[in-house]
Each structure stands twice: as C-alpha cells, then as structure tokens.
Design a protein around this ligand. Sequence first.
Ligand SMILES: Nc1ncnc2c1ncn2[C@@H]1O[C@H](COP(=O)(O)OP(=O)(O)O)[C@@H](O)[C@H]1O
Ligand SMILES: [Mg+2]
Length: 520
Amino acid sequence: MDVDDIIAKLTAMPESAQKEACAHALEATKDMVFIPSPGPQFEAYVSEADVLLFGGSPGGGKTALEVGLALNQHHRSLVVRKNFVDLGGVLHTLDNIVGKEQSFTGGNRPVYRKPEGGIIEFMGVGDNIDSKQGNPHDLICVDEAAQVSEHDVRMLMGWMRTDVKGQRCRMVLGSNPPLNSTGDWLITYFGPWLDPQYPNPAQEGELRYFLPDPDGGADKECEKDDFVLLHGVKVPAQSRTFISSKFTDNPFYDKEQYAKSLAGLPLEAREILVSGNFLTDRSDDAFQAIPTQWIKEAQARWTAAQPVGVPMCAIGGDVAQGGNDRSVLAKRYDGYYAKLEVKPGKETPDGKTYGGWVIAHRRNNAKVIIDIGGGWGGDAYAHLRENGVDAVGYMGVKTTSAKTADNLLGFTNVRSMAYWRFREALDPSQPGGSPVALPPDPEMVADLCAPTYEVIRSAKGAQIKLESKEDVCDRLKRSTDKGDAVVMAWSDGLKMANLQGGDWSARKPRPQAILRRRMA
Ligand SMILES: Nc1ncnc2c1ncn2[C@@H]1O[C@H](COP(=O)(O)OP(=O)(O)O)[C@@H](O)[C@H]1O
Ligand SMILES: [Mg+2]
C-alpha cells in the first residue's frame, strides 16, 4: 500500500476512527527524530535501493532526507558536499530537525554525535579524494551529487561497510539536474530513468540491478541474483533507483523563500532548477566548444541502419593510457558514425593488439587516425603502417597553421583545430545542414560537450585554445576517449563534400569494387 492509499483510507474513515489512527501513528513515531513527508520523500526513505538518486529541484527535501536517514536508521553516516564551505546548508537542515542545542566536534570533518549513540560525519570532497582516508560508514549521502565526479562518488562507495549485524548499508545521492558537464555521468549511471535512449526504461522507484564489468567497462544491467567474481570474491548486483522530488512536494517549503532563492540565478540555471527535470536540455557553458544542441541534432539524424553505398572513410582510434582507461574506435562513413567500439585497456595491452583490432574493423581502405600522444599509440601506428594500412598519427599538442572556416582565427594546436572543425561540421546553419549523424551514447555526448575554449592573442594573431585534455580529464576525473575518437575520425579521411563531382566512385581505390567484395 503506498502513501496515497493510506491517506485515502484514512480520510474515508469516521472522525473518531481517524483520531484513533492518528494517535496510533503518533505513538509509533514518537521516537523518530525525523519523519519523512508523505510523497516522494517517504518513498525515498523506504526505498530498498543500494544507491538512490533523489531530487529534481531545490527545496524538495533532499538534504532533509539524507540527514533524516542518518538520524533514524544508521549508526555511522557520512554526508558530503563537493566543497567544505557548502556544508553550512547541510548543517542548517540538521539544525532545523534536531534543534540548535546539538553538539558538534569541529575540524575539517565535523561530527554530530547522536544522543542515543551513533555519529553523522560531514565532509567536503575537495579536489583529491584519493588522498583522503576513508573510514567505514553504513550510510553515505552525496548532497548535490551533480557537482561531484563519478570517480569521487565511486571512491566514496568504497568506504561503505559496517560491522553491525543486520545494519543495512546504503548510498543516497541528493541532486538537482546537472548544470554543467561534471554531473552528466548521472545520466548514464541512472540510464533506465534518465537516458531517453535507454532501451528498457524504468519507472521511478523501481529497482534495477547492475554489475561492474570485470574488465573495467561500463556497468551492465543484470538480474537481481546475478553476481561477478572480482579477485576471487563474489560481488552481488547493486540495486539502483531514481525518485524525483520537487519543491512543491515538500510541505515545509516556503513559497516566498523559494522564489527569493531562485530569483538571483541566471535565467538558464533557473529554468533547469524550476523544471527539476534531469532531461532538460541544458544551455551550455558560455565557452563550451561544441554546443550540446548540435550534438543532439546529429543524434536525431542517426538511424541504426548504415547508409547504403557509402564506404567507411575513417577510423578514429583513441588508445587507452593504462589504468581503467578504455580503447575506443570511431568508424565514420562520410557523415555517419557507427556505434563506437570500446575495449577495456587490458584487452589492448600493446600496439600490435590494438593494430589488429583496428584492422579487423577496417573496411574500404578507410584512413586510420590514431592518437600517438600517449600510451603506446606510436607502436600501434607503426604496426599499422608496417601492415600497409593508411594510418596517420594524431598529436593533439602539435602546432598548426590552419584557420577557422571563416578564416578569422588560428588554433593553438591540432586538438583545438580538430574539435573546432567538428564543431563547424555540426553547425546546422551551413548550406544543406550538417552532414553528421552520431549514435546514441550519453558518454560520447558528455565527452563532446566537455571541453571549453578561449580566444587568446598570440604573435600569430587571435587563436582558439581548447581546454587541454589533461584539464578536461582532471575536471571530469575520467578520460574523454569516446569524444576524442569521434573528433579524430572527422579530422582526416574522405568526405563527400571534398570529392570531385560528389561521387564515391571517383575516388581511388574504387570503393564500389571494395563494397561489392564486402557484400559478397
Ligand atoms: N521531513 C521533513 N521534516 C522536517 N523538515 C523538513 C522535512 N523535509 C524537508 N524539510 C525542510 O524543508 C526545507 C527544504 O528541504 P531541504 O531538504 O533543504 O531541500 P533540498 O535539499 O532538496 O533543497 C528545509 O528547511 C528542511 O529542513
Ligand atoms: Mg539541499
């Protein structure tokens, strides 16, 4: 029975019975410091998900839920914000619930000791969580999780355990929709609820199960009882769910206060927060190199069926740089991109293996553009050349004398140029519209949206300077390998627009012959 049914039943009862039921309820909850509000906050409170995403708009009762769970149901809780200085708001909510007379131990991890035993610790994630010492907690809440990278949240998950028998462990991510690319990972992590292109969407509150890929790829949805063995240990599936809450769901919300807090925000941020919708198309960072809308339009042009008679023109190859990185291949057929090929770095341990992988995917003498800037990309490039493959080495930091399409600006390096060229290709205002079609892939979208740019003055005149790969990766705490592979595949190789007479058969070697062979 959900809360609406209970309320309906209650209000249908005679007055005396209602009074009696209320008295019972008060008796049953008299020891609860926090009482969840009916509606989404209650649903979230009782959700059995190991990882819950709760939220939508400010004032929806996210922080209250986190603090309330810590007060009522857990022994050792940790509530984090991205920045230590933002913890004030969290502590204020705790004040509201337990009263101001609470006792705190200060320091850079303030601790509230519950009178009946148990603690709530508060922490700012900061810039380097890897250097922080994690002690065990049975509840970990990430307040405003869209401001925290996936890497940091996964590190925090590693701090979740308990030695109290029967104590449940859970993680709660309270969040508004992401306002910039740092939080885009939530769309993938909660794909069944948030990714409009997820093949098998889920209802709010429904539990879905996920297992890590032992090879370091993306988590996979699975059945409840599935498990994987990691280092000989059985890892059960993790349950996840999403429950949305808006300020109008919060009976404690003060309309005037709320309006005031939103009034000062820039219009775009206000629109996202008022709608509370994780899927709202975010207006971009003012200096985002590739507008999100253009990428979404390129995805709308995509079909699962590859265009007929168009040869594979280029493969962009991003080489894993070790660790948890992945190797990615982007296969381009004129403007059409096939779904990206991804392998955990472990499966492409050297240039030869990577080269073999490329060759297995290569058709129609497509040009291979391979990142030789790091890892063993150089070895892979050499291996491909030795095998007669038309490969070029891509070195993002190399200088270039190229100019923007309007001939007004130069570029600080090849990476800046390659991203800008891709931006130009996606521009819907060009004659005939953009020729680019991109596959559904929220990580690829997040990668392409991530880099920002600035215009700098140099001895060579004004230049576009893209945010460096290192800076983007530091900010997102992951590699933008999918986006880079897509951009590289655009940076070289044949394009219909560059062919004489606009005819594939005019190029050499003749693609028709090759196509026929492939189809045979
Ligand atoms: N169940 C509850 N009991 C008491 N106060 C609550 C409850 N839910 C929300 N509130 C209060 O409503 C206000 C807004 O909730 P909050 O959790 O801060 O929203 P959010 O974190 O989503 O912005 C806060 O003052 C909070 O203390
Ligand atoms: Mg809050």
